[in-house]
Design a protein around this ligand. Sequence first.
Ligand code: SF4
Ligand code: SF4
Length: 380
Amino acid sequence: MWTVASYVVKQKLRRRKRYPLVLMLEPLFRCNLACAGCGKIQHPSNILKQNLSVAECLNAVDECGAPIVSIPGGEPLLHPEIDQIVEGMIERGKYVYLCTNAILLEQHLHRFKPSPQLSFSVHLDGLREDHDAAVCRNGVYDVTIQAIKIAVAQGFRVTTNTTVFSHGDPERLRGMFDTLMEIGVEGMMISPGYQYEKAPDQEHFLSRDQTIGLFSRILSNAKRSWIFNQSPLFIEYLKGNWELECTPWGSPTYNLFGWQKPCYLLQDGYAESFQELMDSVDWDSYGRASGNEQCQDCMVHCGYEPTAVDATFSTISGFALSAWRTIFGSRRDRELPQLVTDSKVPTPAEGQLVQLETLTETSFETEANTVDVCDSNILT
Ligand code: SF4
Ligand code: SF4
């Protein structure tokens, strides 16, 4: 949290309008599953056989500069050099989320060292019956839960990522949250699925209204024991309580084809460098406000989580709601101050913004005492 907060504040102080927060690095597309809602594995076999090299992956990390790297795929554990890729990222000070369906996790754990900078982000879409149906193979849920327990026991950080489709059952998903917390998962991430044209199952993607309705039920009266590994504002957005617009540059994607335009979900061409990606995409053509049909029902984390993080640090109301949620969860909504409940609060008045920036700037000028000074200033 501290790394992300200080990084975002630095971008603000530099007046950088568009900046990356999470690099989505796809080192390969092949997988040992074929899930019904997957839009990543439908490439021809000559593409599926290929891997990004260690050097290509680390060059992308250096070019991009984001503090967090998420490694989806495909199944990254099928990459023969994934351990070296992760090690290189950790050496660079990055926080790494290695996404995996966990089928190979137990047998590959010995390739990694537990580190505060490494989390296995395990794909889990529900309890036994629901998850096995989502990944189209019986028995995967049990293997996954067992692998999580072993990884936790060996000292690794484990988070989960769950994609919700229209047949998601709120009560069973809440039951899954309980189970994951009980077995030592550190934080959970949930997101609606994106309607990939190439996904075999086209029937169960959610419209925007369906997403808000379903997530409101899943997350209403959230238990204090549930820990989500995503920003409070993104969760409020999924529940329809907060307005956000997509910032696709916040999660740039690099894969075998180059830098994918404009986001992790769409494939409107590729750039050869990160700078070319930032310079060549017409960003105003994407996001809901643009009218782009491909974006109208999208509420996926890769587009909106960076917006939520940015809003936390650039609006008083966003910061206040995030702090409130972090401290009180969702159980004391009736006591929320007006500033926090009004999601349509405009950008703070110039004076307020300047005041916030002055405080944070002070904290960076006194780097020797960064933690003390920043803590007191931000909380004040
Ligand atoms: S595990 Fe992930 S990458 Fe593999 S098929 Fe399923 S959704 Fe696609
Ligand atoms: S709204 Fe979704 S599909 Fe459109 S640019 Fe943003 S992340 Fe991509």
